[in-house]
Design a protein around this ligand. Structure first.
Ligand SMILES: [Cu+2]
Length: 507
């Protein structure tokens, strides 16, 4: 047989297989096989010769998760790190990209990584026992999903207390065409650091182990919440870090007079709220939790655990400007320095300047979405969720149920069962003395500026909201991403002591 006859046979067989797969198409496939014979060849993009061997996609980022000792505050401490750094490698994509990240667990312990704020398919969400098995020692997993959003996010371990040991980092999705003009796009990732194992903290609070200075609270005269309300903390950290650098060896960046900066302020801490200000400058908040907001002026931005605020600031003159992050409830701060060429790289000593207005979680009512966020029509389901706890045993609850977490072996919280395409309303009431940064996985929710404000058209979209002592806050979300989703307080010690529920639904 001639070569062309062989090609013809192959082509016909392929068409027949396709036809078999879609029965109704068979007559067209038979007609098509003649056409394929005349065109087939290496130059025809539909010919077998033009294809290449199918290979798995190459990751854009490889995150090697490893155990290592680091000393960001001068005391060597066992850490769990991404690619040996703290914070971990910044993941940066552009709107519309495919997320392609390979995780390698090189440790002796299991781990998982959660992509905070990302609208992911449920099985990519990285919560052990809920959406996946923990990634075992020596195991790898490839995470791939289409990116459906823009903004400032972060990733962190959701396995036990690894987030406190360093497994976290920034995750940025740039707009194809930014809504605002700026010269530099700058990530400011703030964390709290312990010079000891975090696994001792809850036993120390519960008085089951000898207490260290980290749990002797409250701190008299600590940094109050704006308005001079005292701010309660569980852990009194020895120090805080900005982009992995301490106050003594600060993070610095050279800028020029007139530079317009977009600062992506990310609170990647485990249990610390920060009040951020830039010396001698006012900021303009342009996004909250990655989503755009109508720009508002702020002298200070207060950022709850896991929240993000993008701010614009224009460097108004030559000099050295301290970017302060005061840890609420303590007398400590961390700071970095933005300086023009030749100016000092030392942060200003002392407490950060107080300059109004206070933005971020200090004034949620000022956050407005630039576009309407009213949910699509659907049945309404409402949950009243009391944020509570038992201080005698350091246990934290949502609607009087305790999630079976690391320090709650007897927990038996039931899932919040909802249905696909419902409008789900959650009314938080905080009956405790502490703030709770409440985070829902896999969804944005509308944060209402007043309880019961369900008809507000421009409520901001968020994934984390801090509910203060005695406060009532309402949120609502649209159930359009089925799965088992974690819903919890982002203070890691409250989570580990029971403050979590699952939200479940199928189509
Ligand atoms: Cu909490």
């Amino acid at each position: 047989m001639s070569e062309s006859g062989e090609t013809s046979n192959q082509s016909s067989r392929r068409e027949a297989i396709l036809a078999g797969a879609a029965g109704a198409m068979a007559p067209f496939a038979l007609v098509g096989s003649g056409a394929a014979q005349s065109k087939a060849g290496p130059d025809d993009p539909s010919s077998p010769e033009s294809r290449t061997m199918p290979l798995s996609p190459k990751p854009d980022y490889v995150l090697d998760i490893e155990s290592k000792s680091i000393a960001p505050l001068g005391t060597p401490t066992e850490a769990t790190l991404v690619n040996g750094g703290y914070p971990g490698t910044e993941i940066r994509y552009t709107e519309g990209d495919m997320f392609k990240v390979l995780l390698n667990n090189t440790m002796q312990n299991p781990c998982t990584v959660h992509w905070h704020g990302m609208i992911v398919p449920n099985y990519m969400d990285g919560v052990p026992e809920i959406t996946q098995l923990p990634l075992g020692p020596g195991e790898s997993v490839f995470m791939e999903y289409p990116i459906r959003q823009v903004g400032s996010y972060w990733y962190h371990s959701h396995y036990e207390l690894q987030e406190q040991q360093g497994l976290s980092g920034p995750l940025i999705i740039e707009e194809k065409r930014p809504d605002h003009d700026y010269d530099k796009d700058v990530t400011v990732f703030m964390t709290d650091w312990l010079n000891q194992s975090p696994y001792g903290i809850i036993p120390q609070i519960r008085d089951e182990q000898t207490q260290t200075s980290a749990v002797k609270t409250p701190v008299a005269g600590g940094e109050p919440f704006p308005g001079d309300k005292p701010f309660g903390i569980d852990v009194d950290y020895p120090g805080y870090l900005m982009n992995g650098k301490s106050l003594d060896d600060p993070w610095t960046m050279q800028v020029r007079q007139g530079d317009r900066l977009r600062l992506r302020l990310i609170n990647g801490s485990t249990a610390t709220f920060f009040r951020v200000d830039l010396e001698d400058h006012e900021m303009e908040i342009i996004a909250a939790d990655g989503q755009p907001v109508v720009p508002t002026r702020a002298g200070n931005v207060v950022i709850a655990v896991a929240e993000r605020y993008d701010v614009l600031v224009t460097i108004k003159r030559s000099g050295s400007f301290t970017l302060n992050a005061a840890a609420l409830g303590t007398k400590r701060k961390v700071a970095g320095v933005l300086h023009t060429p030749g100016a000092s790289r030392k942060p200003a000593p002392g407490p950060p300047e107080w300059r109004g207005p206070a933005g971020g979680m200090a004034d949620y009512a000022a956050l407005k979405s630039p576009y309407p966020t009213v949910l699509p029509d659907g049945p309404v389901r409402t949950f009243d969720i009391e944020l509570g706890g038992k201080m005698s045993g350091y246990l934290w609850s949502m609607a009087n149920e305790y999630y079976p977490e690391l320090y709650v072996p007897e927990g038996d919280a039931s899932p919040l069962q909802i249905r696909y395409e419902e409008r789900v309303r959650v009314r938080f009431t905080n009956t405790t003395m502490m703030y709770h940064p409440m985070h829902l996985h896999g969804h944005f929710y509308r944060l209402l500026s007043k309880p019961g404000g369900w008809d507000e058209t421009h409520a901001p979209l968020k994934d984390t909201v801090a509910v203060g002592p005695g406060e009532r806050i309402d949120i609502e979300f649209y159930a359009d991403n089925p799965g088992r989703w974690f819903f919890h307080c982002h203070n890691l010690y409250h989570l580990a002591a029971g403050m979590a529920r699952e939200v479940n639904y199928i189509v």
